[in-house]
Write a protein that binds this ligand. Structure first.
Ligand SMILES: [Zn+2]
Length: 371
């Protein structure tokens, strides 16, 4: 066994006291103001000049803005947080221009919001169940595990329901690699089941939060019947928000456990690269697909493989893994139809479960690719 040094995130709750809550609210307010102000500036420039200002131009404008008496209160909060807010805006524009994502939107008060603080000159430190944040001071937290390595930056999250949490990004975190098992596995990531393994194991998607999902549907219907902006509406919105959060947490938890288990059990894990966009446009229901959050799960598998000294391989999506009989190699074009779950090979007579056959082809392709 050896040790890898990795970059990793930690998520902890924050329990600010009264004064700290006020200071946090101020910081979130200023971050939002800066974001919205420059979004307006960029929007106007785009309309009038046909381009947006560069990152440096915006950064310079921010410095001038802080000197303006009207905005002098901006000096009271963490200056790095304000800079990051401008960086986030720039990033949102880059996504809009380069990845055809939606146009950046104005931030609203009272919703999920974040700000980033960087660990310049060791201004962020951890203590005994507390963490020191720039301009806020020592805030109570619950450190479920020791924060190792070097803290690079933190993101303070206001969940919009009175709760706060902190996402910590640390570099040079030591991780012990896992012992080799000599086993390899192919994984078909699917719609009806989350994962089908080439050994026939199936992991389904919703069983872990199906009951919360049912509750959410009921509460969401209630919300849709209320008058927007009323007190009842607001109360119900928070309820729905809380359920969303619960589902998110349950899913993340499940994904973490499942990915760790697979990394422990196998040395090589092969999956098929999914063309999610084209599937979204196809017949597959959008709800199921986003619910599966494949890409996030695959990302976990990928970085955990790196951490623990295992291999994660993605197979080209144009490989006909579903259509090919893994016994004789015959290509059955009829299997393209997603509704076909079982089929029999016309050439060798082998009986196939669609997903298990695909998973076996995936690990076969990975074996060829890694010869
Ligand atoms: Zn066959």
């Amino acid at each position: 066994m050896s040790v890898n040094y990795v970059t990793r995130g930690y998520c902890v709750p924050l329990y600010p006291d009264c004064l700290q809550r006020i200071m946090l609210a101020k910081t979130f307010g200023c971050v939002r103001l800066v974001f919205n102000h420059f979004l307006d500036v960029q929007k106007n420039n785009l309309i009038n000049q046909g381009h947006i200002y560069t990152k440096n131009e915006i950064s310079h404008m921010l410095t001038l803005m802080k000197k303006d008496g009207q905005f002098s209160f901006l000096k009271e909060v963490d200056s790095v947080a304000l800079q990051s807010s401008c960086e986030n805006l720039n990033w949102a524009f880059m996504k809009f221009f380069n990845e055809h994502k939606g146009f950046p939107r104005f931030k609203k008060k009272g919703y999920y919001s974040t700000y980033t603080a960087k660990n310049n000159n060791n201004c962020i430190r951890t203590g005994n169940n507390c963490i020191r944040l720039p301009k806020i001071g020592w805030v109570k937290t619950k450190l479920y595990q020791k924060i190792e390595g070097h803290i690079q930056r933190v993101t303070v999250i206001d969940h919009g329901d009175g709760n706060y949490s902190l996402s910590i990004c640390a570099t040079d975190v030591p991780v012990e690699t896992l012992p080799s098992t000599g086993k390899r596995i192919g994984i078909d990531v699917g719609i009806s089941e989350l994962l089908t393994l080439s050994n026939g194991d199936i992991y389904d998607n919703k069983r872990f939060y199906a009951s919360t999902l049912d509750k959410l549907i009921v509460q969401q219907q209630k919300l849709s019947r209320m008058i927007k902006g009323s007190n009842n509406y607001e109360r119900q919105r928070r309820k729905v928000h809380k359920l969303h959060k619960k589902i998110r947490n349950q899913r993340t938890d499940y994904y973490h456990k499942l990915s760790k288990q697979l990394i422990e059990d196998y040395d090589v894990i092969a999956v098929e690269t999914l063309d999610i966009k084209s599937m979204m446009n196809g017949k597959v229901s959008n709800l199921n697909l986003s619910d599966a959050s494949w890409s996030r799960f695959l990302y976990m598998l990928k970085y955990k493989a790196e951490w623990y000294g295992k291999r994660f391989i993605r197979i080209n999506q144009y490989e006909p893994t579903s259509q090919k009989c893994h016994v004789c190699g015959y290509i059955n074009k009829g299997v393209k139809e997603l509704s076909i779950r079982e089929w029999e090979c016309r050439q060798c007579g082998a009986k196939h479960n669609r997903d298990i056959n695909a998973a076996i082809n995936i690990i076969k392709a990975a074996n060829i690719a890694t010869l």
